[in-house]
Structures are given as C-alpha cells and as structure tokens.
Design a protein around this ligand. Sequence first.
Ligand SMILES: [Zn+2]
Length: 387
Amino acid sequence: MRALLLIGLLLLGNGLAQACEFSDVSFKSDFEMAKLDTCSQLSDGAFMLETTPENRPINHSPWYAFKVLAKKPKDLEINLRFDGERPRYLPKISHNGRDWSNIDFDLHDGVMTFYVKATTTPLWIAGQELFGNQKYSDWLDELGQNKAYQRFQLGKSTQGRPIGALLSTQADNKEWLILLGRQHPPEVTGALAMLPFTEMVLSDSPLAQKFRARFNIFMVPNLNPDGVTNGHWRHNVNGIDLNRDWKNFNQIETRIVRDKLNEIVASGGKMVMGVDFHSTQQDVFYTIPTDYTVAPSNLVEDWLAKVKKNTASSFVVRNKPGVSPGRGVFKQYFTDTYKVHAITYEMGDNTNRKMITHVAKQAANTLMETMLATPSSAFYFKDKTSQ
Ligand SMILES: [Zn+2]
C-alpha cells in the first residue's frame, strides 16, 4: 500500500520538482515562462542547473527562468549550463517577479556562474524580465476599455490558449497598418518596444487621431502564448519556428493571422504596412529593399531617417534591407502578398529599457507622419517594366 502510494505520488509529481528539491534549497519552475530542466548539487551551497531546448535544431537562444528558496538564509553558488550553447541572456534577479536587476556573473566553458542569497521568500532568476501572457491580456483589456477599439479573441493556440487582438476601424478608406509581436517567446525587448509603440498609435495626440482617421489598425501582440508559458527558447509547442511558417501555414497561430488579413482584404481593405516586433543581439530594423516589388519604394528609408533625427544620438538606427523568399518569414510574406513594406523591428537584448521606450514612441510618431504624408495612390505597386 505504501509502495503504491509512493508510485502514485511520483507519477503525479512533476519530474523537475523532484529533481530540484534539495534538503535545504529548492529550485522551482511552477510559474509562467519558467524554464529549468535539470539540477544537481555540487557541494554544500553549490548547484549545477541546466536549460535544454524544446527541440532541435533551434536558434541559439537559451532561455531560463526559475525561483530559488532556502529553508534558512543561505549564500548560493549557481552554475547554469545551456545544453552546449553559449548563453545569450544575462542573468537578472527579482524579489517580486516584477522589478528586475542585473547581477554579476562569470562565464567559463559554457557554464555561467553567479552568487545569490536564498531565503524563505522566493528569489526569481531569469534571462530577461518576465513578460508573460497575463500581461498581454491585461494590456489588451485596458486598451479595450476605449470604445473606439475592439478587443477580441482572434483564435486559440495549439494548446488552446486565447490569442488576443485589437482592431481600430475608424477610417473610411480602409488602409491598414498591421502590428504583430512575440512569435519568439524569450524576445522580451521586442515586447517592451511594442507596447509603447502601439500606445502612441492609439493615443489621443492630434497626430494619432489624424492617423486613425485615415488608417485602420489590426494588432496581435502575442502570437505564441504556448511558447511563452512553457519557457520555450524559440518555437511553438509543435516545435515549429512560427516566423518560418508564413509559407506553409502548418501552424494554427500563423493561419489565424493570415485568415484575418485575407478577410480584411476580401471586405475591401488595403494593406499598407506591417511591423513585426522581435529581439536580437543589437537594435536593427530588417527592411525590404527600395528596389523590390514594394510601394512606395522609399517609405521605410524616409521613416528611419526621421527616427534617426528624433532619437538620442546614442541610439544607432541600423537599417538592414534584405529579402528572404521562401523562408516563411512574416515580413517577406506580407510584402510579397500585398506589395507594400513590412519590417522586422528588432530591439537588442541588452538595450537600455528607457531607450527602448524612447525609440518606440519616436518610431511610432514618425511612422504615422510618414504614412500620413503618403498619398493613398502611392501604396499601389506599379510594375515599371510593363509600362
Ligand atoms: Zn524573433
């Protein structure tokens, strides 16, 4: 009977919870975005932890997030391994899961080492600030309070989580700006840019009001809620990189956005610009070259010139034009389908958070100015070779 009960408890219990419980210290991954796969004790107060990807091959972006507790206050040496990868995200700690600070660390042969004091109250350790599904949902609810916008559920993820969206449909002439985010779960700085950017576009400023009187907006801030919850390095729960699925549309997450875009166009809408928010090692705007089948050719160059003029000189505007036909990237799909510009708006992992907000606001304002200065007829691509 006791043996059966024990087996039952083992089956019920999370394997990790078992592996990461030690006599006086425990490492927990019982929260959204948590990621920790194995734990072992090296000596009293020293531990080796590891994060492993959801599947391979995968982009080199090891994500980690966990809590540490001790039965009485204890200084700990934490060593973190990344399944053979170099770490990308620098360790941060928080005492409440909301306010984060960077901590000193050392790195040797792929093992990151840092020192923390564990107590009976949880100490959070993560690669970036935790920005989970609830935060998006609260934010969308807040935006939806304004009756001018429609907050709705676009669909459900592979695991059935709601994928929220927002529409602004005050414009009569039906030109559409599309805003997309969080295809890649750990890319928190992209989210930190997308919120102030969107809030500026939806604000009461005379510029934003004028913008929304001409342009409609469709916004999906969190396309991969399963990956976010499960602490994935990159993919959705089917092990697919969503930003490589915009050609086959094998995943529900990409299909529901595509279907909504099709629906908008079928009811007379005209796509004019798409912005997809991400994070990478440095701040960079991946754009469509001016000589590509895109109209108007100079829209993004003009916009980024204004961003440069209106941001602190310590922010470097890197414009990287390029195309990637057949790779299934949102930017490419949007441009090839609608013959208008799309950009991948990438913020650096370590970019100063106040700078991210500053740039996002300026980027939103200058994009609105640039689009408003563009006549509607200029958003239609004309093949010069056939004229
Ligand atoms: Zn990304």
